[in-house]
Write a protein that binds this ligand. Structure first.
Ligand SMILES: [Fe+2]
Length: 230
């Protein structure tokens, strides 16, 4: 009897050279809390061919009230000063933020936000419910000439039966960032349904590891990915 396995690809097939989303700035959120671990992960990233890393600490005044842009910038400067030169020379490391769209975020001055690249701000919603002010946030950012990049839409499982919400966000000007681990199907069929929908539409503009721990990144870099989702 012959068994047909779904075609799979490994990490290197992803051509993943720039990580737009990770939590490696130590001690500021639920990601890495030890500089040595950040160094280990960055070394591992370098070893698997990543050349650019954008640090995106959680920016959520309800959970991390200390994480203002000024505070995070200060921690980033300290981080860079402590980084081994072998890594700082080999990797392009920049600072942004992952902004939770909580009530009131829509009124923030877009100019103050940390951007993942020029004119792009990474925003997220809860994994359990949508943000009430998401559309107002997208509108206000777009009016300020900044494109919102919605982090890991495939993790918002409550939208799997309301895919038109993503059409709405896209029509308003938002784009999307894929979490690599989602490609493994680790978040279940609802996640794969969302992922397939957005991918088929061609709306994923950014990819990220969303790394929080060394184990997390090792899992991603050792993973097999279904070819049909790549
Ligand atoms: Fe994240």
């Amino acid at each position: 009897m012959i068994f047909f396995r779904e075609k799979e690809a490994c990490f290197t097939n992803l051509s993943f050279s720039k990580d737009y989303h990770c939590h490696l700035l130590p001690g500021v959120d639920d990601g890495v809390d030890d500089m040595n671990v950040s160094v280990q992960i960055l070394q591992r990233m370098k070893d698997v061919g990543i050349t650019d890393v954008v640090l995106t600490p959680h920016m959520n005044p309800e959970i991390y009230p200390s994480n203002t842009e000024g505070f995070i910038r200060g921690r980033f400067q300290k981080f860079l000063s402590e980084l081994p030169s072998t890594l700082s020379h080999a990797l392009q490391i920049s600072l942004a933020g992952e902004y939770m769209v909580v009530d009131g975020f829509e009124h923030r001055n877009p100019e103050e936000l940390l951007q993942i690249e020029s004119g792009k701000v990474l925003i997220e919603m809860s994994y359990y419910y949508g943000s009430r002010t998401m559309e107002e946030t997208i509108f206000n950012l777009m009016m300020a000439g900044i494109q919102p990049v919605i982090a890991h839409p495939e993790r918002y499982l409550y939208l799997a039966d309301e895919l038109s919400v993503f059409d709405r966000y896209h029509d308003m000007g938002a784009t999307f960032q894929l979490n690599l681990l989602s490609l493994s199907g680790a978040y279940g069929p609802a996640s794969v349904r969302i992922l397939s929908y957005i991918k088929q539409k061609g709306w994923y503009s950014y990819r990220g590891s969303d790394t929080h721990t060394l184990h997390h990144f090792n899992t991603i870099s050792n993973m097999s990915f279904p070819q049909k989702l790549l």
